[in-house]
Design a protein around this ligand. Structure first.
Ligand code: SF4
Length: 684
């Protein structure tokens, strides 16, 4: 511990609570965080969010007492009364409708241990209805990569991507959304001569560093990617020995791509055919070419197919299984990778073992004493569509679905149809507005445990502050709740997060062999075979994670976006800003970050603005059949004609009032990146 600290704060290396990069930080005095030299930010570098992370810890609006609703209003109460109310409320729903009438919303910014206990609670209660907000960001990526390669995670490491010769960044803006990765790994590679190809409808800070920009129309990525694959075939750029040894289905794919005309595909995607050829050559001719993919690819009703098309490119060119290559999703929250790893998903047990696999259920039962249910549960997106019908109760742990789910007005109305809702959080949010009980949990700075970053590194979090008031540690809340709900207190009797992690290593195969103490100030990366010092860096090197020697090539056909776009309509696409994070429940309470970016704007192309008589700074109405918001216009050539862009961090404008219910049929991820909207000046 360093000296000169406030009495309730101390400096202990922990992990930033925001994005999935996994920068290490610690308290630096005067309520400020500072970067420490850690596994990822090796020089202690952090971005503005990391530096401002303490702003929410000491915030005056922190919940410090349990709240129960009485006559429509929250009143403070004791923990015993609040937890008894939760046990009674959920128990009544289970008694009347069965355990599948409850949906458990896990948290991808809470620890592995907390998420593990949470999903164990759901499963011991008798339901697989547990999900986390990975559903909303990369569930389609995970689905495609798991099916084809056997693992839904970055194939490579940040360190080896820094050695690549070509970065194909698709639907991501790492310069703003994963700033430390961009500055400390990607920019050095680019300065060393790597080509950066940026696929994005907008010009962003990432585009500024790019050699090639493909400003694809939102929803038309498959036309673009199939065209690139066709160029690879037409120009003899296939890695024939890799295709021969490591893939299957080449004949079917080439037959499919025979029907793809590059000019026609590029035209449909809204990009210049010659630029498509240039990008395909740069990617295929590089010795080591890496795909880095984000939510611009995944958040579509064809999100899973988008990633299948990316995988075809990587496999055709032999860019899998070697340093500097692969397909690498940049994960959003600090533990979105881990929440899935430990089983907070409705179709898989810890370690991505299918719930339908009897042997996997038996292995888990040997540890838990009870076999988990065999039917896949509801995803959180589908569950919200069934609120008030077959879903009668929700347990929301550290998430804010009233803002983050699509068609937010409908979701909020759905919450009011529930018989019972309990929320564990730090602050009152749009979701706690609908709760019967709110339990004050712990912030990132008050907890211990592990999180897993975007390149599969498991790292330790450590407390830097004491809990405020009567708030409790999340793990204590969840184990207490688990014992009460399931009626098996012994199943949730752990001696701290290290004991939970020990159990996790026994039931979660990728984490087998890891140890809480062994992680220390460093990391252990999954998978973690006995002979590895710190884990496996490059996946799929000899065989694929699926266990097979070959991965299938897969013909992929385009499907249109769910919203058709009328003559007077524009396409709304949404995304993040550097200074804010997800629903903004934390970052909008940070004075530092609000000073940097205090309001949201709608980016609109000058032609679309002029056509509607809109000028810079005007308040405009953005609307469709699902909702209507008002927002200031930013007139900019950085967005292509026909498309407008808004972030989703603010309650006002609530961008998700405009996004739709349509889901990817495989992953059930929403189509956040393509919503038809009308944009106009308000009536005088
Ligand atoms: Fe935190 Fe991500 Fe910024 Fe690093 S890059 S400081 S992990 S928000």
């Amino acid at each position: 511990m360093s000296g000169n600290q406030e009495p309730n704060h101390r400096a202990e290396q922990t992990v930033c609570p925001y994005c999935g990069v996994g920068c290490t930080i610690e308290h630096a005095g005067n309520g400020k965080a500072t970067g420490t030299a850690g596994p990822v930010n090796t020089k202690g570098e952090v971005c503005p969010k990391g530096a401002a992370a303490f702003d929410v810890v000491d915030h005056e609006e922190r919940l410090t007492e349990p709240l129960v609703r009485e006559d429509g209003r929250f009143v403070t109460t004791s923990w015993e009364t609040a937890l008894a109310r939760v046990a009674e409320g959920l128990g009544d729903v289970v008694d009347e409708h069965g355990p599948d009438a409850v949906e458990f919303f896990a948290s991808s910014n809470c620890t592995n241990e907390e998420n593990y206990v949470f999903q164990k609670t759901a499963r011991l209660l008798g339901t697989n209805n547990v999900d986390n907000c990975a559903r909303l960001c990369h569930s389609s990526t995970v689905a495609a990569m798991s099916e084809r390669l056997g693992a839904g995670a970055m194939t490579n490491t940040l360190d080896d991507l820094a050695e690549t010769d070509c970065l194909l960044v698709t639907g991501a803006n790492p310069a703003e959304q994963h700033p430390v990765i961009f500055r400390s790994y990607f920019l050095p590679a680019i300065r060393d001569g790597a080509t950066l190809i940026h696929v994005d409808p907008r010009e962003t800070d990432t585009t500024d560093a790019a050699d090639v920009h493909l400003d694809v129309r939102p929803g038309y990525d498959i036309q673009l990617l199939n065209s690139m694959a066709t160029v690879v075939l037409e120009e003899g750029l296939v890695d024939e020995s890799f295709v021969e040894a490591r893939t299957a289905g080449y004949t079917d794919l080439t037959a499919h791509l025979d029907d793809v005309d590059v000019e026609t595909g590029a035209d449909a995607a809204g990009v210049d055919p010659e630029t498509v050829r240039e990008a395909a050559r740069a990617y295929a001719e590089a010795d080591r070419a890496a795909i880095v993919t984000g939510m611009g690819m995944s958040q579509h009703t064809c999100g899973t197919d988008n990633v299948h098309a990316l995988l075809n490119l990587a496999l055709l060119t032999g860019n899998v299984g070697r340093p500097g290559t692969g397909v690498n999703p940049l994960r959003g929250q600090n533990n979105v990778q881990g929440a899935g790893d430990v089983g907070a998903l409705p179709n898989v047990l810890p370690g991505y073992q299918p719930v339908t696999d009897a042997e996997a259920r038996q292995r888990v039962a040997e540890e838990w004493g009870v076999e988990p249910p065999s039917e896949p549960g509801l995803t959180e997106t589908t569950a919200t569509h069934r609120f008030g019908d077959e879903v009668r109760a929700a347990v929301v742990f550290g998430e804010n679905p009233a803002v983050t789910e699509p068609n937010a007005n409908a979701v909020r109305a759905g919450f009011d149809e529930l018989d019972f809702c309990v929320v564990v959080d730090l602050f009152e949010t749009a979701t706690t507005d609908h709760a019967d009980v709110v339990l004050p949990g712990s912030s990132w700075a008050e907890k211990a445990g592990t999180v897993t970053n975007t390149d599969r590194r498991v790292m330790r979090m450590r407390p830097n502050a004491d809990l405020p008031g009567n708030a409790r540690r999340d793990l204590d809340i969840l184990t207490d709740l688990g014992g009460r709900l399931v009626g098996e207190p012994d199943a949730f009797d752990y001696d701290g997060p290290g004991a939970v992690f020990d159990e996790l290593t026994r039931v979660c195969p990728p984490y087998a062999g890891m140890s809480y103490d062994g992680i220390g100030d460093g990391y252990q990366r999954w998978p973690f075979p006995a002979e590895a010092e710190s884990g496996t860096d490059v996946l799929h090197a000899e065989t694929f994670a699926s266990g097979a020697e070959t991965a299938p090539l897969l013909p992929v056909s385009p499907t249109p976006p769910a919203d058709s776009v009328g003559e007077d309509e524009l396409v709304l696409t949404t995304g993040r800003a550097l200074q804010h994070f997800n629903s903004g429940a934390l970052t909008r309470r940070s004075e530092t970050l609000m000073r940097m970016r205090g309001e949201d704007v709608l980016e609109i192309h000058p032609d679309d603005a002029a056509f509607r008589g809109i000028e810079e700074g005007d308040t405009v109405v953005v609307e469709n059949d699902r909702g209507s918001v008002r927002v200031s216009a930013a007139v900019t050539g950085a967005i292509q004609p026909g498309v407008v862009f808004c972030t989703f961090h603010y309650l006002d404008p609530l961008a998700n009032a405009l996004t739709g219910d349509a889901l990817d049929p495989v992953a059930e991820i929403p189509e956040y990146k393509h919503s038809a909207v009308r944009v106009r000046k308000p009536a005088a």
